[in-house]
Design a protein around this ligand. Sequence first.
Ligand SMILES: [Zn+2]
Length: 238
Amino acid sequence: MPVFKSPQLQESLRAARELSAIDLIAQGLISVPLSARQQQAYDDAVRHAAEIDAKEREYYDQLPAQIAADNKRVTDELNAGRLYLANEHSDNAAATVHFASCFSVRHQVDRDIAHVFDRETEPGAPDGSWHAGPGVDYVAKWPNLMTLDEVEQLSAYRACQLCNPDTKERKKTATTKIKPSKLSSITIDRIGREYETTSGEYLGILESYTVSADIIVLHCAERDYRGVRDSLVVLLPK
Ligand SMILES: [Zn+2]
């Protein structure tokens, strides 16, 4: 397509810094002849954008009521004695436990603050964060409030160092149930780990292993252990 530099185009280049391409086309600042398919795609995009705007409108209209209801729910939980907050981590690390009053979780407990980045940028104007949908991008996660008893029932947790909650332990580690693994699952990163037999005989640190057609031999510090691929052996926790 040939590039032509009309005054209109100059104007549109300036405006493009502020407006999306769809806005520019809608305002006639970009006018190119469209094929039927392009026209269809453009109409679809405009309709899609309008649907998103309407959804945002609906979301922001109900947001104050939602926040008020959420704050009431939090208050009810606190009044029911759930004065601790356990934040689970996506990497499976032990949850961090706080007093619900901890400064570092205030943005979760106070739902007004939780939604502080979720406001309209100016009255009547949706914030345009429609990639993820309204309310998805910036809302602090729901406070997982618990009683102290419920906290102590967690298999693992770590007490926040800032608010120092009065949990029994500073760091509770999960007592992992040791499950035997098959000899065929041994990989090089297991070297240096300790093993025992399923009957509880200590084999010591794995120094190397040999795999042949159907026999696998673990060369451990105490003694060698040999078996077929499905033979079981117990990897001791680090
Ligand atoms: Zn804390």
